[in-house]
Design a protein around this ligand. Sequence first.
Ligand SMILES: Cc1cc2nc3c(=O)[nH]c(=O)nc-3n(C[C@H](O)[C@H](O)[C@H](O)COP(=O)(O)OP(=O)(O)OC[C@H]3O[C@@H](n4cnc5c(N)ncnc54)[C@H](O)[C@@H]3O)c2cc1C
Length: 495
Amino acid sequence: MAVAECNVIVVGAGNAAFCAALAAREAGASVLMLERAPYDENGGNSRFTAGAFRVAYDGVEDLQAIMPDLTEDEISNTDFGTYTTDQFFDDMFRVTRFRTDPELCERLVRRSFEGLTWLHDMGVRFVPIYGRQAFKIDGKFKFWGGLTVESWGGGPGLVDRQTEIAKRMGIDIRYGARVVDLIFDGHKVAGVRVKSDGALHDVRGDSVVLASGGFESNPEWRTRYLGPGWELAKVRGTRFNTGDGIRMALDIGASPYGNWSGCHAVGWDYNAPEFGDLTVGDNFQKHSYPWGLLVNARGRRFVDEGADFRNYTYAKYGREVLNQPDQFAWQIFDRKVTHLLRDEYRIKRVTKVTANTLEELAAKLEGVDPAGFLAEIAAYNDAVDTDTPFDPNIKDGRATHGLAMPKSNWANRIDEPPFEAYQITCGITFTFGGLRIDPDTGQVIDTDMAPIPGLYAAGELVGGIFCFNYPGGTGLMSGTVFGRIAGIGAAARRT
Ligand SMILES: Cc1cc2nc3c(=O)[nH]c(=O)nc-3n(C[C@H](O)[C@H](O)[C@H](O)COP(=O)(O)OP(=O)(O)OC[C@H]3O[C@@H](n4cnc5c(N)ncnc54)[C@H](O)[C@@H]3O)c2cc1C
């Protein structure tokens, strides 16, 4: 692999890597990106996303800075509300149970808006997420979950645009180039060892930014760190995030940090393949459970489906599904709510049954005890408070009463045929544990708590930001904020 020496080497070519590369290039550095995947599988997990970005904003005027194409009609027919930095902080603190690193969280939240305007100014286009994050009530759309903005064309649109911009700015991107080691003299990092075209090559640079994802696609590490059973999870995204970057940094003394036994994992089609499939993208997910019920092999409910808006529960409920007998669950809906189901329920590759009676449905739910299921539905139906009106745009308080496992919002009786059921298992998205970084420079910190000269990190492999759970749309935002910080930090080291 012939490459010219460069200032900054970026490992990976997902969103965090592109943000680091673009920021470093903007700061005047020459940049080389090394991506393990072949070109036709490029983009990492970022390509698999819907492109949803969680960003703090004070009103529609702020959103217009990111989405100048918003029309007058869209503005007058939509309640975008606000998502202030305080709301973002509250969400991060609540879902991580105050375990998020305060310094990292502070940078993430306070720099989210400038991060997105920077990406917009670089040439990435954003649009409102009408499809999945807003319901139309009385002729007006209302965003309900703090998540308003997505990249045009979703994850593929984002990565393709970033690739175009990077190339236009003169950034060299090599695919099929797996970084296997860091060149380290015991004090500083001065490049990487790359496997490409069946040979090993040393590539030298003033600094290296690791942006090569977590270890979600490595079943051995999943079992080792997340715990027994995690080897059985399906991987929602790229097959290439096997923890290489984390391993290389730990090998030279980097400090592990964050929630190493934690991850983002969701309900995912039971028959989905082992790794993500780019022709399906994120559509194996099944995220409309707040409008229905989840039952396990015994026919029993095991989570409060209406505990909160789905943006705040979906990332932790995958683990709950993995913990059920035979690692599966069925989602149950009746006619009252099927019009609310997200687009991912209407794809061809879906594990679905329908029935006109509950008894017929019980017989069709593969792996489920029919008597247990019918008894559970009967007890649930009796417990629903039908006096409180159902409203999907707010936490409506329409709850069950007297159940050991309550449903706290959006509780409707399951009694109007046709009934629909969808079988899911656990799909892992990304791991939470990773490397410790300096929040202001992105520099990787070693186990003596000293920065490692020449080594920076961003994206999934940064530990300390998420713990136990995660507010939807924060992964891309984190990659943008910390990618940009790492890129600027790495460029400042050029000789
Ligand atoms: C199905 C799905 C939907 C999602 N939806 C959203 C969403 O809408 N909004 C959101 O915020 N987040 C979403 N996420 C999470 C989001 O994808 C991640 O948080 C984010 O994309 C991570 O970015 P990254 O750049 O750190 O990692 P990635 O985008 O995964 O990039 C890492 C890259 O590093 C490469 N790599 C790995 N090892 C090496 C090596 N040794 N050498 C060279 N390259 C290497 C990989 O091939 C990969 O291209 C979703 C994830 C999935 C799987």
